[in-house]
Design a protein around this ligand. Structure first.
Ligand code: ZN
Length: 387
């Protein structure tokens, strides 16, 4: 079907040296479900890092599906991580809310290695509500990058996954309702409105976001699951979550997870934003979530790295797979030796209590050195004792 996929399948099929005694797929699936695996899986979220690693620039791949897919497959062939994360950027998520002629000034491609920036879609809560009540994506979404870039890229990676006999899973993710709400209006605005606007109005906006996101899950079922997708990541809202907001509004994300888990057998929750203790507990209580990608201690907590990892492993014992290490910051700015120590400590602190996946809490920055990514992979392969 796809020439770029067939080229890679031909180059790799039957020629890959085994790593451990399980396939990448078996290893990650076992960890997600609390079962022993031969090695601790390692699955850093490489989404746009792999573009740079493969020698492309962002402007070059922005409208080129084949090059985007080629970058992911080249990176996987080199590094042999236990999952392939698809490339994703913010325009995939929200370009469908913007009329074609306004897109050029809404999205800003800064440089070859820089992540895409965007301007908020709404400046008041009323404007934001209107976007969803009017279902603007039905009017503008047809030629958006969700359709022209994201979907064909996802289908190519799934084609690779299936043609390779499910040796390695592709992870595809989507924003939860809270994350979508935060993105559409910008985090700092939404934080303010959660306090200054009537609760019923904020609730109405979030319910609209939930509806739109539940419909998005129908897309992931019909185009993802139907083509082999089994590992699904929920990019959870947390940038606006304090204990009060969590108690007031987190149920919209819970309903999203419930539906995601009714479609996909392996559900990962990505905590985007603060690792608030109450949020860590809330995620732990959601039955549809199998694995949790978290990052650094909340700023009020004075824990060493090892203590932090151990506290989360205890919290998730018997319930969730813990995914972390090194921190997103360290992955970009640390040395390979520091990266290795952080991954080792995470593994050692986690395995006595629950399963672990080496996976920094957020996507790997495009400026992160390749040696650091190699160091986290090597650490996972080396410190798997007891798994
Ligand atoms: Zn994140």
């Amino acid at each position: 079907m796809s020439e770029v996929v067939d080229r890679w399948v031909e180059a790799l099929q039957g020629k890959l040296a085994p790593i451990g005694t399980m396939t990448h797929w078996q290893r990650l699936e076992a960890a997600f479900h609390g079962r022993p695996s031969d090695l601790v899986p390692v699955a850093p979220e490489l989404d746009y890092w792999q573009i740079v690693y493969a020698g492309y620039t962002h402007p070059e791949i922005y409208n080129d599906v084949d090059k985007t897919t080629d970058a992911c497959l080249k990176t996987w062939a080199d590094l042999r991580t236990d999952a392939i994360w698809m490339y994703v950027d913010i325009s995939h998520q929200i370009e469908g809310f913007v009329p074609k002629e306004e897109r050029a000034e809404k999205f800003i491609l800064r440089g070859d290695k820089d992540y895409l920036l965007f301007k908020p879609l709404a400046h008041t809560l009323d404007e934001a509500i209107a976007l969803f009540e009017d279902r603007v994506w039905e009017k503008y979404g047809g030629d958006s990058r969700a359709v022209t870039h994201y979907t064909p890229h996802m289908l190519q990676l799934l084609e690779f996954q299936e043609k390779m006999g499910r040796q390695v899973p592709v992870i595809v993710g989507a924003a939860t309702p809270t994350n979508q709400a935060e993105t559409v209006v910008e985090v700092q605005e939404f934080v303010k409105w959660m306090i200054t606007e009537p609760e019923a109005k904020v609730r109405h906006f979030l319910e609209l976001c939930l509806q739109e996101r539940l419909e998005a899950l129908d897309f992931y079922r019909d185009f993802g699951y139907a083509n082999g997708l089994r590992f699904f990541c929920c990019f959870g809202g947390a940038r606006t979550w304090g204990p009060k907001q969590l108690a007031q509004f987190a149920d919209v994300d819970a309903r999203f997870v419930e539906k995601a888990a009714s479609i996909f057998p392996n559900v990962l929750w990505h905590i985007c934003g603060h690792n608030l203790p109450e949020a860590m507990q809330w995620v732990g209580a959601q039955e549809g979530i199998h694995a949790v990608q978290y990052d650094m201690p909340y700023y009020t907590q004075t824990l060493s790295w090892r203590e932090w990892c151990e506290s989360i492993a205890r919290l998730y014992a018997g319930k969730k797979c813990a995914c972390n290490a090194p921190t997103t910051q360290l992955a970009c700015y640390g040395t390979p030796a520091e990266v290795e120590v952080a991954a080792q400590e995470f593994i050692e602190a986690t395995l006595p209590h629950t399963t672990a996946v080496v996976m920094p809490g957020c996507e790997i920055d495009a400026y992160a050195p390749a040696e650091n990514v190699r160091a986290m992979i090597a650490a996972a392969r080396r410190y798997s004792g007891g798994a």
